[in-house]
Design a protein around this ligand. Structure first.
Ligand code: DX5
Ligand code: ZN
Length: 217
């Protein structure tokens, strides 16, 4: 199956986001992945709403927003205001995940639930039919350019089984260490959407790299 590709802006040139977004627009990328970090949920701070507000009108691809923050439910309206397509919240950051998922959908966005590497997919058993996408972290969240955690592949297969068993239409996205080698393995394990930051933006020709990543799998 041909995967969707969501380049992560985290590895872009922050001094020239306009050019990098123009490249994404021209490319075969399906979505643009935006990583918001708060320095509390993860040990790093990336960029926040003022930056996203400025770049959102420049991007012609749907925005896939990944919130690595505590209490993400506080920001549903802010994320909706800049026209996000998908809002991903971490399982580990939500005490009332069911409520948060419903609130995201009520705000007119698709709801994604993200799992850290240590969080088992079985915890989604009772909510999977309500969730539009599960984002599997294949690195510990907080930084781009880290090494892929291979156990994520088995996790993706188990998640796919759960989705099929529950007759759900949930997509599986994978995030962290995705490159020409790991992308085909992820797709084989049942992944629908590939996030790629470092591999895209460090490529000699990022546009060609995106096209290639789509066809590799
Ligand atoms: C990490 C972020 C990722 C990151 C992936 O916390 O969620 O989206 O940008 O970067 P790469 O593809 O460089 O591993
Ligand atoms: Zn991410």
């Amino acid at each position: 199956m041909t995967p969707l590709i969501a380049p992560s802006l985290l590895s872009a040139d922050f001094a020239d986001l306009r050019s990098d977004i123009a490249m994404i627009n021209r490319s075969e990328a399906d979505w643009l992945h935006l990583d918001i970090m708060d320095g509390v949920f993860v040990p790093n701070i990336s960029f926040g709403f003022p930056v996203i507000k400025s770049i959102a009108p420049l991007c012609s691809k749907p925005l896939d927003v990944h919130l690595m923050v505590v209490q993400p439910e506080k920001f549903i309206t802010r994320v909706q205001e800049f026209g996000a397509y998908m809002m991903n919240v971490h399982y580990e950051a939500c005490t009332h995940l069911h409520r948060t998922v419903q609130q995201i959908k009520d705000a007119g966005m698709k709801a994604g639930v993200t799992l850290n590497p240590h969080t088992p997919v079985s915890l989604l058993e009772d909510i999977i039919t309500d969730v539009d996408m599960v984002l599997l972290m294949s690195v510990n969240p907080g930084f781009g350019g880290q090494k892929f955690i291979p156990q994520t592949l088995e996790k993706a297969s188990r998640l796919k089984e759960l989705i099929l068993r529950k007759n759900a239409s949930t997509l599986i996205e994978i995030d962290g260490g995705i490159n020409e080698t790991t992308a085909p393995m992820a797709v084989k394990a049942g992944v629908d959407v590939l996030v790629a930051g470092h591999s895209v933006f460090s490529a000699e020709n990022p546009e060609a790299f995106i096209a290639n990543l789509k066809r590799l799998s």
